[in-house]
Design a protein around this ligand. Sequence first.
Ligand SMILES: *Cc1c(COP(=O)(O)O)cnc(C)c1O
Length: 341
Amino acid sequence: MEKKNLDWANLGFGYMQTDKRYVSNYKDGAWDEGTLTEDTNITLNECACVFQYAQTIFEGLKAYTTEDGHIVTFRPDLNASRLADSARRLEMPVFPEERFIDSIKQVVTANAAYVPPYGSGATLYIRPYMMGTNSVIGVKPAEEYQYRVFTTPVGPYFKGGAKPLTIRVSDFDRAAPHGTGDIKAGLNYAMSLHAIVSAHKEGYDENMYLDPGTRTKVEETGGANFVFITKDNKLVTPKSDSILPSITRRSLMYVAEHYLGMTVEHREVYLDELKDFAEAGLCGTAAVISPVGKVVDHGREICFPSGMAEMGPVTKKLYDTLTGIQMGRIEAPEGWIYRIL
Ligand SMILES: *Cc1c(COP(=O)(O)O)cnc(C)c1O
């Protein structure tokens, strides 16, 4: 298989059309067998449920080339089960978890020429998603759905090193208590757009959302979970029913405990505690970990001792260990690396 002639190291994080995408339709209570297609467009009725009532959910994972030359994905079984959880919460049919894995395998195999080479820092981002497709005007779930998976090559997240981020405590809320914050649904992102645009306008990289109930506890950002390192080397990560269960965060908790011998605390984290932490980071599939140097709470600056020049030392160790596991340089826990080619 010949690789596409792309400038891998200088790709951005944007959409680029690749050769094939996977499509399966749900009708009369059943999913069809699914197929790969070259058609990048979706034609739907003007009254499709996804347009009127935002009945849509998604996942994000990546395929990449390991040190020994295999194309793999990282823990796709967790994306499969999380998409199933999202579907149940929005009254959508579950796309069977084993078929989810198979669809990823088919799409990545068909687009293998776009999987960046080892060492480039780039990856093939995979976007599975599902939407209600038939016309619905009274508020109710759709009866017909489409599940799709497309891929797009994306560049290294940090070009020229990971610069620590400056984050503001947001006055907007991300997710209501007992709401939909714990599922990966487009609706959680629609409401975050105004908050992120205004954060950028004011010179901040991201929003830190607090728990809407009391506004005293740290939840997450628009698209990444928080991890904190204490001065005595513990990993602390916020626990709440309205935080999206990040696969990267769950993996980092395991790596901290089992590879680095750290104590891990998954618990409520108060805004008041931030000043006591040594390091902070954001975690998610795209960047793995982005260091956070500063949190600004209405003019009050909380500066982490790790500073604004580089990733904190413990965060760096976590980052190096997890990316080492992903790339095949460090032995992975059973079942973490799913080989495609
Ligand atoms: C996708 C997402 C994350 C990160 O999850 P990963 O599984 O690690 O990629 C974190 N927060 C939100 C709100 C998300 O949508």
